[in-house]
Design a protein around this ligand. Sequence first.
Ligand SMILES: [Zn+2]
Ligand SMILES: [Zn+2]
Length: 305
Amino acid sequence: MFTPVTDKVYMVAPADHGNFPSSVSFYIDDKIPTLIDTPLTAWSEAFKANMGDHPVKRILNTHYHRDHTGCNHLFPEAEVYAHPADIPAMTSQDEFIRYYGFDKYADQTLTNEILSWLKWQPSPVAHQLEDGQIIKLGEVELTVMHTPGHTPGHCVFYWEEQGILFSGDIDLTSFGPWYGNINSDITQLITSIERMISLNPRLICSGHKGVINHNVSGRLQKYLHRLLEKEDRILQALQQPLTLDELVRRKLVYGKWGKAESQYYYFEKLSVMVHLRRLMELNLVEERHGKYRTINNTACQCAQI
Ligand SMILES: [Zn+2]
Ligand SMILES: [Zn+2]
């Protein structure tokens, strides 16, 4: 599908939905024809068909994940922009593995399994994004906002004149924010979402939900609330001391796991670890003899929102 959002912006999406591992890209038809993100390499043929012969001179990647960079190679003439904190994982497979935490927390079988369907390949980056930078494409002028947390270099792009925010993987899915990489950061993610709420955008172009033009601020608040609910569930569970494995098996982040259980276990574990790191920094949880538990009577975080 190649669907108009405005006379300059088009949504490039699979026919069915943008749920991961599918994703939604946006094409800006201006003096510098530009793509915001490209899908997984496995989607190459469908993406080429959707794009037709629209030229692409520039690619703005919201972050390094393969469902946002996997078809960059289809446009060798295009100059790729990305944030320096994510560039290592786009240009080196070792760094990509390190960003996912596979080198420390996954065995070789699981690493190979995930790498084979993410189909990592290098994506050279020509220009670095930085917070506050204005990218002029012609009529469309985008302000770069560095919104870390999902990944260290995640960025969103704001077309202020039209109130349109290209939000990448701060995507407003009902799952809530995702933070299953070892260098994901929940405190940063909360700040990033709050910054987006303060913009009060008219419309969000999301990397997995497409165009959202109704109750945008309310949707962002709800999305943030999903994350805090999960943190509360973890704090509730840790009223009694639990090992990391015991906590992971409660499925408090994913709720339920799919068929590829070892992959779900892994990303549940990493997400829980990212929560625990923050909760220990906040002095709400402590670890003793390999078990985690809350310190004193920790208050519900949700009540603060
Ligand atoms: Zn992502
Ligand atoms: Zn994504």
